[in-house]
Design a protein around this ligand. Structure first.
Ligand SMILES: Cc1cc2nc3c(=O)[nH]c(=O)nc-3n(C[C@H](O)[C@H](O)[C@H](O)COP(=O)(O)OP(=O)(O)OC[C@H]3O[C@@H](n4cnc5c(N)ncnc54)[C@H](O)[C@@H]3O)c2cc1C
Length: 384
């Protein structure tokens, strides 16, 4: 990737984010409103289609560019969660869909005419144990009939299409529990209120997340992506990109917290001198800076491996875990440095503090990252 091009993209993002200051996000957060204007601006600037190949109307850029875009959004105090999935959810369709499906959808996703940013995998009962999901898709002539429920399906109200994971063969009839799951591209425009119900979930952050119910939802059989029964594998292949990009957002958050904290403690005078002169105030900020820098190197490594088409499961997981811990440490140092003002809405610290906490849980929790490393990198027995 040409460094000048990357720098130009970085500057475009920095410039765009200046139009969306803290007051914009505070208002959205207060009203739990979707940041439509911000998402539209990113779409118009072509930033959300950077990963779509040029043949389908995108920019055909590597993951390292998407990484930079999301990191800068977060470093500017903004939040990419309202639309980050528009960048990478299409990967499932791109890698495993047929040419007809790619041609039908990708150019419209690239222009933003179609929003593909709903990803229906998690279910309330199965939790992290994805192969235990109970949403079913049963073939009926030229259709599949979907029944079941998803939870935490973010942005479903602001999406035209959904990538849906459902069981097509009962677990007991499969040789392996990871078999018998299939991926569908559901056109939500036609089915909301007609077999699909979306119910928003109010959470500690403004994340437009929902629960989705399927009640005999009838979708065309050609909504199936790839082969029936291979869906779990398809979903897994998209997860590395997602983890690397979420890690990039965490690096951006950490940068924002560190810069905000440093500026504040330099200016704030108590006992007649800047509080930043006290090592008790400096050290947590400096420590989180070291954590952020180290995590950033792991994000770089994971990204480079991904862009070279190499295996990067361990690196993507480590990047997500380390970056989410670094942003949390930086958030904690920033909040503590602000004293009581850290709790005031107008400083944005409390909002960013809440927002960055999510990434130790989603899209994969820290314990599950550690279990992966223990099993696959250290050769320890599988714990679950
Ligand atoms: C705001 C938000 C947005 C989300 N968006 C989406 C989305 O768009 N699409 C989607 O499909 N999902 C989404 N998710 C779901 C998210 O990926 C899951 O919440 C996450 O993977 C954890 O799963 P769970 O909530 O079911 O927790 P559980 O699986 O119930 O786990 C609860 C806790 O137990 C621990 N635990 C569980 N099993 C083990 C084990 N074997 N060993 C050690 N510890 C264990 C976990 O680490 C975790 O800390 C979102 C979640 C949130 C909160």
């Amino acid at each position: 990737m040409d460094e000048n091009v990357l720098e130009q993209i970085r500057q475009t993002v920095v410039q765009l984010c200046r139009d969306y200051p803290g007051s914009y996000w505070q208002e959205k957060d207060r009203e739990r409103a979707y940041p439509t204007e911000f998402v539209d601006a990113l779409t118009e600037a072509g930033l959300l289609s950077s990963l779509i190949p040029e043949a389908y109307g995108g920019a055909g850029l590597p993951l390292s560019v998407a990484r930079t875009i999301l990191e800068e959004i977060h470093a500017a105090g903004c939040n990419g969660a309202a639309c980050h999935a528009q960048m990478y959810t299409m990967g499932t369709l791109l890698r495993h869909g047929n040419e007809e499906q790619r041609k039908q959808y990708l150019p419209k996703i690239a222009t933003g005419e179609l929003r593909l940013q709903a990803f229906g995998v998690t279910e309330p009962t199965a939790g992290t144990d994805t192969t235990s999901i109970t949403t079913t898709a049963v073939r009926d002539g030229d259709h599949y009939i979907i029944n079941g429920q998803k939870v935490w399906t973010s942005r479903a109200e602001y999406s035209d299409l959904m990538i849906l994971l459902a069981r097509t063969t009962p677990k007991e009839k499969c040789a392996k529990r990871s078999e018998g799951l299939s991926v569908f591209l559901v056109d939500m425009r036609k089915v909301v209120g007609n077999g699909m119900t979306i119910r928003p979930i109010r959470t500690m952050i403004n994340h437009a997340t929902t629960e989705v119910f399927f009640d005999n939802l009838r979708i065309p059989a050609d909504s199936l992506i790839g082969e029936e029964g291979k869906g779990f594998k398809y979903i897994l292949t998209g997860m590395n990109a997602e983890r690397i990009l979420i890690a990039s957002e965490c690096i951006g958050d950490a940068r924002w917290f560190i810069e905000t904290a440093s500026n504040y403690v330099r200016d704030r005078k108590v006992f007649g001198r800047p509080i930043g002169q006290n090592q008790g105030v400096q050290f947590p900020i400096a420590r989180s800076y070291a954590q952020m820098q180290a995590a950033s190197l792991m994000v770089d490594k994971a990204c480079a491996l991904y862009d070279d088409g190499k295996t990067c499961g361990a690196e993507a997981n480590m990047a997500k875990m380390l970056a989410s811990e670094a942003s949390w440490a930086a958030g904690e140092a920033c909040l503590q440095s602000h004293g009581g003002f850290g709790f005031a809405e107008e400083y944005d610290v409390e909002r960013k503090f809440r927002e960055t906490r999510l990434y130790q849980i989603a899209p994969i929790s820290t314990n599950l990252v550690l279990s992966f490393l223990a099993e696959h990198e250290l050769g320890l027995p599988r714990s679950y």
